[in-house]
Design a protein around this ligand. Structure first.
Ligand SMILES: O=C(O)C1=C[C@@H](OP(=O)(O)O)[C@@H](O)[C@H](O)C1
Ligand SMILES: C=C(OP(=O)(O)O)C(=O)O
Length: 438
């Protein structure tokens, strides 16, 4: 990985003064919010998305749907979504949001205008080619200059034939989710068959399937690696957005890494969010984990244990888990996440580089990391515009003096005002809004 120049934008990660005992409420899930907004836009009438996340990724999704012709209105904490006539040309800024770059083009195929897509510089490197090829096979006209990457234009024809398509979705589950989300509105629906190495992040595809069914769409997912969406209307339906359980990772780590206690409010009893897996991961690391009446409580041990984990299904948890592993007193092996090299940054190399810079004993592997106990030191923790790298940095800062996290504002991708919420959680100072209540 090329070494970026050190940024002057360094944030001193707070260290708790004493054992923490906190209760936190977290903002809504990015993955649920962006699916809910998109499905409501495809529906046959208005819907309300209750307590959506308001962060960079969801604002980009809202702007993209507005560019297509959907009407989105804030109603207090909620958002009212009224489908519109998709009859215009438009521009979509994907930022660094995988959900915008992958979920919106299949929908743009249904419009009768040309929709141009671009994003942050790094977004041009994130994988989307297989999905564009699959969309082409389903009858959507796409001009990507042969790059298989941003920037590209979707020339909507007002309708999409759809049908059966084969795709290698081993780079991202979002390829499959994207085709399924729009598929009911295609003339023949979609029948998506994956061929290739295993698809990562399967809980996110399950999330897509469940949310489609919530809108009355018929989905057949009986066979492995095949998902068929029947053609038909998408019924209007309201959504209650759960808190973002992946963004709970640093807050639960606060309890785990300090021998303290942290409770996250409104933890769903059942969910498709991969962050729910944190309960098991933290228990394996030696934490006491309990879920009662919607409160998830984690009590950290004296010393964290290392873990040997295949994170293929829950790859977005890797940065936070890797940071905790660097604080553990036995070795860890994190496996099965080659695909996270295509996330906001190459997360495997970024973690190996940044944990290593602070003294961690890390071996980078093609599909993961091995991390052995070592004495850590303070220093700059670079984040590569990746919100979850920032989470990893602040977790190290819980146990190590002098950790300076670069560009903490990058957390705004999925968490509004993370730095204040984190300071309140760590230091126990009072504050309003999403985040910590001491
Ligand atoms: O569908 C979604 O909302 C997501 C799917 C996953 O993507 P990958 O399958 O590319 O890992 C996940 O990592 C990402 O944060 C959100
Ligand atoms: C991989 C992630 O995001 P995206 O939706 O941009 O793929 C993530 O949030 O960890």
């Amino acid at each position: 990985m090329s070494e970026p120049a050190p940024s002057p934008d360094l944030w001193a990660a707070p260290r708790p003064h004493d054992a923490v005992d906190r209760v936190v409420s977290l903002p809504g899930s990015k993955s649920l919010t962006n699916r809910a907004l998109l499905l409501a836009s495809l529906a046959d009438g208005p819907s309300v998305v209750r307590r959506p996340l308001r962060s960079r990724d969801t604002r980009l999704m809202a702007a993209a749907l507005t560019a297509l012709g959907t009407r989105l209105e804030d109603q207090g904490d909620d958002m009212a979504v009224t489908p519109g006539a998709w009859d215009r040309d438009g521009d979509v800024d994907c930022g660094l949001a995988g959900t915008v770059m992958r979920f919106v083009p299949p929908v743009a195929g249904l419009s009768s205008g040309t929709v141009r897509f671009d994003g942050d510089p790094h977004m041009r490197l994130r994988p989307v080619g297989q999905m564009l090829a699959a969309l082409g096979a389903l009858g959507v006209h796409i001009d990507d200059g042969g790059r298989g990457a941003l920037p590209f234009a979707v020339h909507g024809a007002g309708a999409v034939p759809g049908g059966t398509v084969t795709i290698d979705a081993s780079a991202s589950s979002q390829f499959v989710s994207a085709l399924l989300l729009a598929g009911a509105r295609y003339e023949h629906g979609v029948d998506v068959r994956h061929v290739g190495k295993p698809v990562p992040s399967l809980p996110h595809i399950e999330m897509t399937v469940q949310m489609l069914r919530h809108h009355g769409v018929e989905v057949d997912d009986t066979d492995a690696n095949r998902w068929a969406v029947a053609p038909g209307p998408v019924a209007a339906a309201d959504h209650d957005i759960e808190p973002d359980l992946s963004n709970a990772a640093p807050f639960l780590a606060l309890g785990a890494a300090t021998g303290g206690r942290v409770t996250v409010r409104d933890w769903p009893a059942r969910t498709t969010q991969p962050g729910d897996e944190l309960r098991e991961i933290l228990a394996l690391m030696g934490c006491e984990v309990s879920l009662a009446d919607g409160d998830l409580t984690v009590v950290g041990p004296q010393r964290l244990s290392g873990v040997d984990l295949d994170l293929h299904d829950v790859g977005e948890l890797t940065p936070a888990v890797a940071a905790l592993c660097a604080l553990a007193d036995s070795p860890s092996h994190l496996r099965g996440v080659a695909h996270i090299r295509g996330h906001e940054t190459d997360r495997i190399t970024a973690l190996a580089t940044e944990l290593g810079r602070l003294g961690a004993d890390v071996t980078e592997r093609e599909d993961g990391l091995s991390i052995r106990p070592a004495v850590l030191r303070g220093g700059v923790f670079r984040t590569y515009a990746d919100h979850r790298m920032a989470h990893a940095g602040v977790i190290l800062g819980l146990a190590v003096d002098g950790v300076l996290v670069e560009d903490i504002a990058t957390t705004s991708k999925t968490f509004p005002d993370f730095a204040s919420a984190w300071s309140r959680a760590v230091l126990g100072t009072a504050g309003a809004g999403p985040g910590a209540a001491p």
